[in-house]
Design a protein around this ligand. Structure first.
Ligand SMILES: [Zn+2]
Length: 209
């Protein structure tokens, strides 16, 4: 019996990994567009009915989180605002807006890749998905391909920092080259414009007396 349970568990884990991989693929599309890599898929009856990624910068919209876009797609496809037979896979713990939408759509099961200690609303900061005060609670499965999901995020931010550093290095080099061409660095006191106000005030003094 233990063996059977073990097999069922393994089968389920395999399924979770399979769909999370699809969510990771979506997240990588976001990274390719210089967006924070977060991806989402919604599955119903063993089929992916919606998949999308963070497009906040591209759409210039705070609503363009992967989860919100996917919920919109899934509602359109099912002709229903209730997504009661669906499972959502997300690479990162949802924010308060997305967690709210998950509850509103009554999604019964949410599978999360990595947690977001600073802003996550599925247990990190608050657990909107499982509040007994609301009329809907979602089953939560955390840490599916968690390492891959969090590595994807940390790689993205490390690259961003490196790009910024490189940008500064390039700017410094360019400045140094300009200075080399000029020969010397211009001293601010040598500029005639800075000397002018002093003369003005000196000449204005006698009139005030
Ligand atoms: Zn969100």
């Amino acid at each position: 019996m233990g063996f059977k349970e073990d097999r069922a568990e393994k089968k389920e884990k395999k399924l979770h990994d399979k769909y999370m991989k699809e969510a990771i693929k979506e997240a990588k599309k976001a990274a390719a567009n210089n967006e924070v890599p977060i991806g989402c898929v919604i599955v119903r009856d063993g089929k992916i009915i919606a998949k999308n990624h963070n497009r906040r910068n591209k759409d210039k919209s705070v609503l363009s989180h992967a989860e919100i876009l996917c919920i919109g797609e899934a509602c359109k496809k099912t002709h229903d605002w209730r997504l009661e037979d669906c499972t959502m896979y997300i690479t990162l713990e949802p924010c308060q807006m997305c967690a709210g939408a998950i509850v509103q759509a009554r999604i019964p099961r949410v599978v999360i890749g990595s947690m977001n200690a600073k802003a996550g609303c599925a247990g990190s900061v608050i657990n909107i998905l499982q509040m007994s005060e609301f009329n809907h609670q979602a089953e939560l499965i955390k840490g599916v391909m968690g390492e891959e999901c969090s590595a994807m995020l940390s790689d993205f931010f490390a690259n961003l920092r490196e790009e910024k550093k490189q940008f500064r290095r390039d700017a410094m080099e360019e400045m140094e080259q300009i200075m080399d061409r000029r020969g010397t660095v211009p001293a601010p006191s040598a500029e005639p414009s800075t000397a002018a106000p002093e003369n003005e005030s000196e000449s204005a003094e006698p009139e005030n007396k």
